[in-house]
Structures are given as structure tokens and as C-alpha cells.
Design a protein around this ligand. Structure first.
Ligand SMILES: Nc1ncnc2c1ncn2[C@@H]1O[C@H](COP(=O)(O)OP(=O)(O)OP(=O)(O)O)[C@@H](O)[C@H]1O
Length: 376
């Protein structure tokens, strides 16, 4: 891509996307910035939502860099695609992943389309991920050469503590072609130093912990507000003893230990969620440990598979996977469903803990993200 390309940077107000804009500007691109307004605390129900501060911070970064800045309102699309998916999932007893969906459907979906419609050649974010021409990964083409026009591979961010490829697991090759990740090769301390040296106004701003655009609110507060209570018994799975009552299965996920509200009364043992029983809305718990029934799985089915690799596996093959964000890659055997190209059976070499229905499995070949699927 020539340096006259127009690139729209998704500027969140945080330091990562600010340095993404800085890097592109220094590389000579024609850079503009946009803040996506996806979710605001309209009803003032769920405490403080920092979006106004984030817009102020994003605007200050754009002013400092001297690049055009705008706010793009995607609230309706976000509500339709991410909030609806989230609430529907929780109501069905699943554990949805709004971050993954919002990368797929919002940032590199409607936002990228908006950018294309406004004459931009690409969309950049502050994700810790690296996009490289596939041939360059195989060592054939110099990444900087004009021959490197794609297809592209998505590689883990260079900083192992910050890698965010897991959240990009459901992106397609077409989306990858439009995406730029200008900070993926940096270590976080180096990025902070670059931000400080460039005098970026948010150089020392704290990293956000929020769930995508919902911001810093807690998921439990969000659910309390938007999903009606649906109480049921808390049942010990090993002997069917009723231990108490819960307010709704949506507040719990497989493998959860905190917030169950049942003391174990046994030294050194804690209850963990091992399942949900739809028939009587029972939350199934057991003492945490390797023998807790249903907590560890060697085999799972995934559906809604999506690949960024142009050559997804069509026969059984050994790959690696991240079973959740922040977990290391683990070896697994991938067996595609012969009747459904979007489904597969996954066998792990070592049993994995707490694979909750609705969560995402990201599939890798070494550090290269190939795609991902949703646990059945
Ligand atoms: N409201 C938003 N408007 C524009 N871009 C956003 C917004 N939220 C997130 N992004 C983009 O998505 C990237 C990853 O989002 P995430 O919420 O994980 O932030 P982050 O890794 O803390 O990065 P940052 O420091 O830039 O906020 C951001 O770097 C930014 O490019």
C-alpha cells in the first residue's frame, strides 16, 4: 500500500490506538481518526460510563497529531448486533463473548464499511496483533515489497502479555485485507515510551479493562438491568443436594468459583460451577478439583467456525488453540464435521477446564491465528 493511502484509525481515547495513529502518521500515511459511539449510558442506570471522557481524550490526541477527528454513531448497529447477541446468549444459558463479536461485526464490520464508503483504504486499530503477507510468513516475499499484496496472515502481538489475536478469532480474510495493526510489533513499555516522547496527552492513561464498548461497567450489573431474574436451586451435582437459591443462571458460567454464595464449610475446598440444568433452572456445583463432574473436558464440539486463512483444514489435523483469552496455546486435534463445514470436533491433548458454551476457541498454527469457533 502506498503512503498516500488514506487510513482511518479507530481512536478509543486509550494510549494504544493513539500510538497506532502516531506510527501511521510517521510512516507518511494520510491518517484520520474516528471514535465509535456504540454504547452510552443513556439511561444512567449502571453507574459511571467513561465514554464522554474517552471522546475528549481521543479528540485531544487527534488535535495533538493534527489529524481530522470525528465521532461515528453506531449505537443502533451495536445494539442490534452485539447487545442483542449478548442478551440472547445469556438468556439461553450461554456465555457470550461480546468482544469477539464486536471486532467481527462492528470494528471490522460496519465501521470498516463506513470507512470504505467515505473513501478510506484501510482501518487501523490499537490491537496487539500483526498482519503480514502470507508469503512473507513462509519466507518468500519481503514484507515491505510491493509483491506483498496478500492474502494475509494474522500473527500474535510481539508482546506476549498483550497479544489480542484471541479477540480477532472470527475475522475473515476479506476483513484482514482492510485491517491495519500498527502497534502489533511493539512491547507495551516501548509503546508507553513512544507516547511520552511524542507528548501524546494520554501517554499515562490507565489501560481499560472494560467489556468492549460497554465500557468499565461490570457484566453482572449490566445483566441485572437487562435480563429479568429467573431464580432456581443451587444443586450439588455429586449427590443432588439443594444448597441454596440463585437469581438467574445467566449470572454464572462454567468454572466460576467466586460469587456463588454457598460456603463449603469444608477446609480448603470451594464450590465451582460445573453445569446448568435447563429443566428446573438448577445451577450445578461441585467441590473444585480434577474430579469435579463436567468441569474438565478432553473433547468439545465447536460451531460457527470462521477462518482468516485462505486454506482452512478440510481433513483431521493437529493444531493449537487458545481456549480463552490469556490462556497459553495448547495442542489439539481438529476433526472437521463431514456434513457441516462450520462445525468440528476438538480433542485436547490435556483436558481443559471450564469450556463454557458460547465462548470462543481460537485456532492457531504456532503464533499464527487461523480462525475460531464457538463451543457448543
Ligand atoms: N469506542 C471506540 N472508538 C474507536 N475505536 C475503538 C473504540 N473502542 C475500541 N476501539 C479500537 O479497538 C482497539 C482495541 O480495543 P480495546 O478496547 O481492546 O482497547 P485497548 O487495547 O485498551 O486499546 P486503547 O489503549 O487504544 O484503548 C483500540 O485500540 C481502538 O483502536
Amino acid at each position: 500500500m502506498s503512503s498516500s493511502s488514506r487510513i482511518l484509525v479507530a481512536l478509543s481515547g486509550g494510549v494504544d490506538s493513539a500510538v497506532a495513529a502516531l506510527q501511521l502518521q510517521r510512516a507518511g500515511y494520510d491518517v484520520e481518526a474516528a471514535y465509535m459511539k456504540n454504547w452510552i449510558n443513556e439511561d444512567e442506570i449502571i453507574g459511571d460510563c467513561p465514554w464522554q471522557q474517552d471522546i475528549t481524550d481521543a479528540r485531544a490526541v487527534a488535535e495533538h497529531l493534527g489529524i481530522p477527528f470525528r465521532v461515528v454513531n453506531l449505537m443502533q448497529e451495536y445494539r442490534e448486533r452485539v447487545v442483542a447477541y449478548l442478551l440472547d446468549g445469556y438468556q439461553r444459558g450461554l456465555t457470550p463473548n461480546p468482544d469477539v463479536m464486536c471486532n467481527r461485526d462492528i470494528k471490522f464490520g460496519v465501521f470498516a464499511q463506513w470507512a470504505r464508503g467515505h473513501g478510506f483504504d484501510a482501518v487501523a486499530t490499537g490491537h496487539y496483533a500483526q498482519r503480514r503477507p502470507l508469503d512473507a510468513v513462509a519466507g518468500v516475499v519481503d514484507p515491505g515489497s510491493p509483491a506483498a499484496a496478500g492474502p494475509f496472515a494474522l500473527i500474535e502481538g510481539a508482546d506476549p502479555n498483550k497479544d489480542q489475536t484471541y479477540f480477532l478469532a472470527l475475522m475473515s480474510q476479506a476483513q484482514l485485507a482492510l485491517a491495519r495493526f500498527p502497534i502489533g510489533h511493539l512491547q507495551k513499555p516501548e509503546l508507553r515510551r513512544l507516547a511520552a516522547e511524542a507528548g501524546l496527552p494520554n501517554a499515562t492513561k490507565k489501560d481499560s479493562q472494560g467489556i468492549c464498548f460497554i465500557g468499565q461497567i461490570k457484566m453482572a450489573d449490566f445483566l441485572r438491568e437487562y435480563v429479568p431474574d429467573a431464580p432456581g436451586p443451587i444443586v450439588r451435582a455429586t449427590d443432588d443436594t439443594v444448597l441454596g437459591e440463585h437469581r438467574g443462571l445467566h449470572f454464572y458460567t462454567l468454572g466460576q468459583r467466586r460469587g456463588i454464595g454457598i460456603p463449603s464449610n469444608t477446609d480448603g475446598k470451594a464450590y465451582v460451577v460445573v453445569g446448568k440444568r435447563a429443566a428446573d433452572r438448577a445451577l450445578l456445583v461441585a467441590f473444585d478439583g480434577p474430579d469435579a463432574p463436567g468441569l474438565h473436558q478432553s473433547e468439545v464440539k465447536v460451531h460457527s467456525l470462521r477462518w482468516n486463512t485462505p486454506t482452512p483444514p478440510t481433513t483431521a489435523t493437529d493444531l493449537e488453540g487458545k481456549v480463552r483469552y490469556r490462556d497459553p496455546r495448547v495442542p489439539l486435534h481438529f476433526s472437521p464435521d463431514p456434513d457441516d463445514p462450520t462445525a468440528a470436533t476438538i480433542s485436547f491433548r490435556d483436558p481443559q477446564r471450564g469450556l463454557a458454551s458460547g465462548q470462543i476457541l481460537a485456532l492457531y498454527d504456532g503464533p499464527r491465528l487461523l480462525g475460531g469457533g464457538v463451543y457448543l
